[in-house]
Design a protein around this ligand. Structure first.
Ligand SMILES: [Zn+2]
Length: 162
């Protein structure tokens, strides 16, 4: 009995502290995760924070656990851009995925600032839209409209929820 409780405690962790603004996005992400047979394991706090200029949001890990911090620029995004931004950060925090581009159908993950600036020019679809939601810049509303299904499918590829 004690063993089972212990395991449950580890699996569930502390309840996440999520700003109401992001609750429906988080619920939708969990619904999609479950549809893809993935059960998010991390408790991720999600809230507004002041971030460096030009940073829309971040997934951070520290001694308090994981957090998604979102800039006030959220207010200026379209509904679809908000979804793309949320899903991008959620994929970092819940799936342990890094930024990504594809070369010859092989996923190349990268995450340092130097890599972002030199490699972000790779990994586009023929129409110029990023191939993955894990492209390091926000996917445009137009690209999100055009490739929504592909982006959702792709974001769970290589998801490592533990
Ligand atoms: Zn990112």
């Amino acid at each position: 009995m004690i063993y089972i409780l212990f395991v449950l405690f580890i699996a569930c962790g502390k309840p996440a502290n999520i700003d109401p603004t992001f609750m429906s996005y988080n619920n939708q992400y969990f619904k999609l995760s479950n549809a893809y047979g993935i059960v998010p394991q991390y408790s991720v706090d999600i809230y507004f924070a002041s971030l460096p200029k030009d940073t829309l949001a971040e997934c951070n890990t520290d001694s308090n656990g994981r957090q998604i911090e979102v800039s006030d620029a959220w207010q200026d995004l379209t509904p679809l851009e908000r979804e793309m931004l949320f899903d991008h950060e959620a994929t970092h925090c819940y799936c342990n995925r890094k930024h990504t581009f594809f070369q010859n159908n092989t996923e190349i993950p990268y995450d340092t600032v130097e890599q972002v600036s030199t490699l972000a020019s790779k990994g586009f679809l023929p129409d110029g839209c990023p191939q993955s939601i894990m492209y390091p810049y926000l996917v445009s509303n137009e690209c999100a409209e055009r490739h929504h299904t592909e982006y959702i499918f792709e974001m769970f590829k290589g998801c490592n929820p533990t």
